[in-house]
Design a binder for this molecule. Structure first.
Ligand code: 8X3
Length: 258
């Protein structure tokens, strides 16, 4: 067994371990689904865009379940498809807009809270019975450096990601004594196909400017690798939080650009 294969001190190591990845249709979610499949997990790819996740599931020998984490019925249908679960990666999320607080778009803030925070809570609630059923569960919440620092124009997103961090800590306290670990992987600047494009309402120039001159922003695969590492530690090892940034990024306001 290599270091990156699932290591499980409590279960038959030949048993196939199951992972659910939300937001698996692109970016960090899709890369994580691939990374976990490469390490031997049966991966359930969950997202709204059925065509994308069906293609991904076929590629990695996994399963596609169409799921909108902002819809309770949809999340219940995901839970019904997963009776037992070892790893839940709550990845679905995103930013909308760059409004200052004094001009906050309340609906944008509401939608960010719904997607990033309530979505994570809905999915976690619904899948906790399956995590318990496996006897060895792990929840990896994809947070952000935006859950650690503030920046102008980021209020709606940073507030939501700070909430993700606190929900993660709360859950760890509440589940203490159960065989379930709770981790947060918090990336900084990651250049993905959609994150900034969505944030800037489809404006490609503004989205590209986020990464302009930055020597090697993180890629989705870098974050997926970190998540897969967290998911392949022995069962007694809990990685509380892992902050991952590109070398060029020291802080929100300190990004080296050439
Ligand atoms: C993304 C990091 O800096 O764009 O989660 O808020 S940032």
């Amino acid at each position: 067994m290599t270091q990156d294969q699932p290591q499980d001190s409590t279960q038959d190591s030949t048993q196939l371990r199951t992972a659910v990845v939300t937001g698996a249709s692109s970016g960090i979610g899709a890369a994580t689904a691939r990374a976990l499949a490469a390490r031997g997990f049966h991966v359930v790819c969950a997202a709204r865009r059925t065509d994308r996740i069906e293609e991904l599931a076929a590629e990695i020998g996994g399963q596609a379940v169409t799921c909108d984490v902002t819809d309770s019925d949809s999340v219940d249908a995901l839970a019904a498809a997963v009776p037992t679960l070892h790893v839940l990666v709550n990845n679905a999320g995103g930013a909308v807009g760059v409004d200052r607080v004094d001009s906050a778009d309340i609906e944008a803030w509401r939608s960010m809270y719904d997607l990033n925070v309530l979505g994570l809570v809905r999915v976690t609630k619904a899948l906790l019975p399956a995590l318990r059923a496996s006897g060895d569960g792990l929840v990896v919440n994809v947070g952000s450096t935006a859950g650690r620092w503030a920046y102008e124009g980021g209020g709606g997103y940073t507030a939501a990601k700070h909430a993700v961090r606190v929900v993660t800590e709360t859950l760890r306290l509440e589940l203490n004594g159960e065989p379930i670990r709770i981790s947060e992987v918090a990336p900084g600047m990651v250049q993905t196909e959609e994150f900034s494009l969505v944030r800037y309402g489809g404006d490609r120039d503004k989205a590209a400017a986020v990464y302009a001159g930055v020597d090697q922003p993180l890629l989705a695969e870098d974050v997926a690798d970190a998540i897969a590492w967290v998911a392949t530690r022995p069962s007694h090892v809990d990685i509380d939080e892992l902050v991952i940034k590109p070398r060029a990024q020291a802080a929100a306001h300190k990004v080296h650009r050439s």
